[in-house]
Design a protein around this ligand. Structure first.
Ligand SMILES: [Fe+2]
Length: 449
């Protein structure tokens, strides 16, 4: 009994001091680790008040708690939030595919403990969703449902935080939800890309917090601030975000990484990026070419190439990339932007008329009519998935039951409920399921080699 009381007191003390220690509790990120290694690494970030404190992080390897390299801090002073600090530690020498305990200490006392799930070499599960961070009950329901699927990682296809991806919006609309009840962000890394709502915005100093709050591979095109293709920040307005982002701005907008048998190519698809420009296209071609050895190649963007919703129907500026993706054997392209779920048949596309941004890109389609994802599972062409039903208000619900409103190559269109994608990856098989907030299956396909 006495031991029980002591334990309870210790737990309460840890809980209380943890609450007081963090503005945002520790969350895992892939960091600048695009390629798996025999000893894996993960970044751990957390936010604190703007004061000097002695932070240390330890990882338990075997029976030993191993101190990690010193914690680095960046200060973010962008109103309306008071200045705060973004602390970062890199957890090193982690065994792949393992649950690794770690703990965070402030002034020598443990204030946070969790177990990190590290990248797996083989079969694994991830969750994908987009257009989520609006702080709504729907977003929370989706968050709860995907945490129950116990993914190895979560990938968010943009529009991470509404209304404008601001630091001040991240706490209620992102961290409170995904770190809230399940503490999933402390257990598995979240990866993502900037949607149009995560781009710099003229009115707000704290917009584009993506670059300061996330830590992802820095192997994308080597863009400098102000160059064509870089997120357009305004000097004097976005200085604080750029300073807090360090080398992540503007480079972290696009990147690639390997996870098990998949090579992921992640592209900033905002209208300020011209993927047809020689420098950017060269990076993209080289990235896809170098990934030839991967069993699967998957592309993630915010703006879909092919989709049927009336809303954003003409946001087709990525379509000219389809032949390049096809040439390099991309199996799936995931997008958001459109707030519903859609799946195409396997497609090939040759553009014939490329107009200005926001106008339709016309071309010739070749559709694989035999693939059904059940008995015929080897697609000829790329399957395009829109998974933008992660929390924000849904678009074009009425089209769900009006098949004549779908493009001829659309095979699934679910706009009457919120949902997320679960992808189970194996070397010779991808299993894709779209689940609702109760975990019920709305759509499912299997792809095989
Ligand atoms: Fe969007």
């Amino acid at each position: 009994m006495r031991l029980g009381t002591a334990l309870l007191t210790a737990c309460l003390a840890l809980g209380l001091s943890a609450q007081e220690a963090f503005l945002v509790k520790p969350y895992l990120q892939l960091g600048d680790a695009p390629v798996p290694a025999a000893r894996e690494r993960l970044d751990l970030l957390w936010h604190t008040a703007d004061r000097d404190e002695a932070w240390t992080v330890e990882v338990r390897l075997g029976k030993r708690w191993v101190p990690q390299a010193p914690v680095t801090q960046r200060r973010l002073a962008a109103p309306p939030l008071p200045p705060h600090r973004i602390c970062r530690a890199t957890l090193r020498d982690l065994p792949p595919g393992a649950q690794v305990p770690y703990r965070v200490k402030r002034d020598g006392a443990v204030v946070f403990e969790a177990e990190a799930r590290t990248r797996k070499a083989g079969a694994h599960r991830l969750v994908l969703l987009g257009d989520a961070g609006d702080g709504s009950a729907n977003q929370m329901a989706v968050a709860k449902a995907f945490a129950a699927e116990q993914p190895d990682m979560v990938f968010m296809v943009g529009d991470l935080v509404y209304g404008r991806g601001r630091a001040s919006e991240y706490r209620p609309n992102f961290f409170a939800v995904y770190h809230g009840a399940s503490e999933l962000m402390a257990k598995v890394p979240f990866l993502g890309l900037p949607g149009n709502h995560d781009a710099p915005f003229p009115g707000f100093e704290d917009a584009s917090a993506y670059y300061a709050y996330w830590s992802l591979p820095l192997n994308g095109p080597a863009l400098k601030p102000g160059e064509p293709g870089a997120a357009p920040v305004k000097a004097g307005l976005h200085d604080a975000i750029v300073a807090a982002a360090g080398p992540a701005f503007p480079r972290m907008a696009s990147y690639s990484f390997d996870w098990g048998p998949v090579h992921w190519t992640v592209l900033d698809s905002n209208p300020y990026v011209d993927w047809d420009s020689p420098a950017l296209k060269a990076w993209l071609e080289a990235d896809l070419k170098a990934a030839r050895g991967a069993a699967w190649r998957i592309v993630a963007v915010h703006h879909p190439l092919f989709q049927s919703s009336r809303t954003h129907l003409d946001d087709q500026w990525l379509r000219p990339l389809s032949p390049l993706f096809e040439k390099h054997g991309v199996a799936l392209v995931f997008a958001g932007h459109v707030h519903n779920y859609q799946r195409t048949a396997p497609l090939s596309f040759v553009p014939t008329k490329i107009g200005p941004r926001g106008k339709a890109v016309e071309g010739t389609f070749t559709v694989d009519e035999t693939f059904d994802g059940r008995t015929r599972t080897r697609p000829r062409g790329i399957i395009h998935i829109v998974t933008g039903a992660g929390g924000a208000d849904l678009y074009d619900r009425w089209q769900t039951d009006v098949r004549t409103s779908w493009q001829p190559w659309t095979r699934a269109f679910i706009a009457d409920q919120h949902s997320f994608t679960v992808l189970d990856v194996e070397a010779k098989k991808l299993r894709l399921r779209q689940l609702d907030t109760q975990g019920r299956e709305l759509d499912a396909i299997t792809l095989t080699k």
